[in-house]
Design a protein. Structure first.
Length: 566
């Protein structure tokens, strides 16, 4: 039986006498005579046993393959890496996290290039695997659909629901003497009850929401829990959808347009999502050849209210957002307020507006109407000034004082700051500056949830500001400024800060200023020497040699090469 579906890449690979060796190999993995006449669809999964975000993805891959077969194509599964930020947080291992995003995208590209698949379903569950898969989709521009592994359910202990954020904060509370050994152990044991990504609007759930707003998933896909029957059905239907996209000639760059990226940015602002979304959306846009800048994010933030109350900025978790209708509720409300483009295309061949048309109305608790928001402007702000001339990012909900003046306490790495916080050596009015943690200087731009949670757990969340050229977790909350650019490794002003310098954070004016005169800065610059690299060989050294600044998404580029979309 001959398939009527197009086989633009697998056809030449499997047709004719000269391709007999390829067919022989494919027969050995189970393809039948009929299968050899059908399109080949890759099912790329970041399954592993390392973290609850990924431990169940093999089951979703099986369901996605069923959908591909149901639609008349042949699925072939392969895997890629995924690291656990939650496990490596606060260690040298965290430097591998952002690097893994590039490795994931590269590995998918190489498999698709070598095996000449016609289309692909990409499946991911952890923070960097989501953008890594979407970067691969944008780079390759072959028919593709994205499937998220889904959120974890909350744990319960000590009379309250828990997420991994509570464990990190309990560590700070324990160091301050406010959380007992028994309570810390109870929280640790209960916080992660099974499979799925961290439960709040942390990075994985923020990026799943972005994937839906970008149009790369089926509607309602972002919020369904990992262990739900709905998630398995979504996997099957995603397999069907990608074959339909192949038949229609619908590819990611027809979906991931500038309008789609602005829609995704609007969703981040409306939910006070992770600061990492800025970094990742810039990187995905780079792969799609779409112009997107930090200034776009700030413009979107200024016009977008926060209408969802999801942790860490709000009260609820992702599964509770799902119970009131999920991301389509937010999309519909933003559409009705004229804040997103409903004409943007999605992977099922319908527009974003058509997909959201039947969504529920806001429930008033988890999601509010745009005319009655939790906050009148967006959940993230882009700062500039003498301390970060190329930009920095801060999450605005939870900042008690939107204008803060303090004195610098400078740390050359994350561990030193964490030790000072847990030893109660930090005082009110301090501005903690952690440098040499940027994309090149780290290398790898570590997240610093251990530090930020310790600050909150120690009761200092209202009294200090943290500024870094590194990153923060999506679970970070409070006056924490990330992605300061240029980074210290490149000689940015953050490299010149000294203990006792005045620093001003002014969120309404979008300013981050170092109160040191130009003459003194010039003297310091003349004395500044770049530190020795932390890695001189291996993957981290390669990454440091190729990576751009955070203001451009920390993407790896080859000198002299054109962008993927050129």
């Amino acid at each position: 039986m001959t398939s009527q579906l197009p086989r633009p890449r697998s056809g030449p690979l499997t047709t004719g006498p000269s391709r007999a060796p390829a067919r022989a190999m494919l027969r050995a993995v189970g393809l039948s005579e009929d299968d050899l006449q059908r399109p080949q669809v890759a099912v790329a999964s970041s399954w592993n046993e390392v973290t609850p975000c990924n431990v169940h993805l093999n089951g979703l891959a099986t369901a996605a393959k069923e959908g591909v077969r149901q639609a008349g194509a042949v699925p072939l599964e392969f895997g890629t890496i995924a690291v656990s930020d939650g496990i490596s947080m606060g260690t040298e291992g965290m430097k591998a996290s952002l690097v893994s995003r590039e490795v994931i995208a590269d590995s998918v590209e190489l498999m698709m290039q070598a095996e000449q698949f016609d289309a692909m379903v990409t499946i991911a569950g952890c923070d960097k695997s989501l953008p890594g898969m979407l970067m691969a989709c944008a780079r390759l521009d072959l028919p593709a659909a994205f499937l998220y592994g889904g959120t974890i359910l909350p744990g319960h202990a000590l009379g309250r629901s828990l997420t991994i954020q509570d464990v990190f904060e309990a560590v700070g509370g324990h160091a301050a003497g406010d959380v007992s050994d028994a309570d810390l152990l109870a929280i640790e044991r209960a916080a992660c009850p099974g499979a799925g990504s961290c439960a709040g609007m942390y990075t994985a759930n923020t990026m799943s929401m972005c994937a839906e707003a970008l149009g790369m998933t089926l509607p309602g896909e972002a919020s369904a829990p990992a262990v739900s029957a709905e998630r398995t059905d979504l996997a099957r239907r995603t397999g069907v959808a990608v074959v339909e996209a192949l038949a229609a000639g619908l590819t990611p760059r027809q979906i991931m347009t500038r309008a789609a990226f602005l829609n995704a940015a609007t969703m981040v602002m409306a939910t006070a999502g992770s600061t990492n979304a800025v970094l990742h959306l810039l990187a995905i846009a780079h792969e799609a050849g779409v112009e997107l800048t930090l200034d776009d994010f700030d413009a979107v933030s200024r016009r977008t209210p926060v209408i969802a109350s999801v942790r860490p900025s709000g009260r609820y978790i992702m599964s509770e957002l799902d119970q009131v209708g999920g991301v389509p509720v937010i999309l519909r409300e933003l559409l009705s307020a004229g804040l997103i483009d409903g004409d943007a295309m999605t992977v099922n061949g319908r527009t974003l507006g058509e997909n959201a048309a039947d969504a529920f109305q806001p429930d008033g608790k988890v999601v509010r109407p745009a005319k009655d928001p939790f906050q009148p402007d967006g959940g993230l702000a882009v700062l500039r000034g003498s301390l970060a001339p190329d930009g920095a990012v801060v999450k605005t909900p939870g900042i008690e004082t939107l204008r803060f003046e303090g004195r610098a306490r400078v740390f050359e790495r994350e561990e030193d700051c964490f030790a000072a916080v847990t030893a109660r050596q930090i005082g009110k009015g301090d501005v903690l500056v952690i440098r040499n943690e940027g994309p090149k200087g780290g290398p790898g731009m570590r997240e610093m949830l251990a530090v930020t949670a310790a600050i909150k757990g120690a009761g200092l969340g209202r009294d200090v500001v943290l500024v870094t050229d590194g990153r923060f977790s999506g679970a970070t909350f409070g006056a924490c400024v990330a992605h300061a650019a240029p980074e210290a490794w490149d000689g940015g002003p953050i490299a010149l800060v000294r203990d006792g310098d005045g620093i001003v954070l002014d969120v309404p004016q979008r300013r981050l200023e170092l109160d040191v005169d130009d003459a003194e800065l010039q003297r310091r610059r003349a004395d500044w020497k770049r530190p020795a690299p932390n890695y001189t060989s291996g993957a981290l050294a390669k990454y440091a040699a190729l990576v751009s600044g955070a203001d451009r998404g920390a993407v790896c580029t080859v000198p002299g090469a054109v962008s993927a979309g050129s």
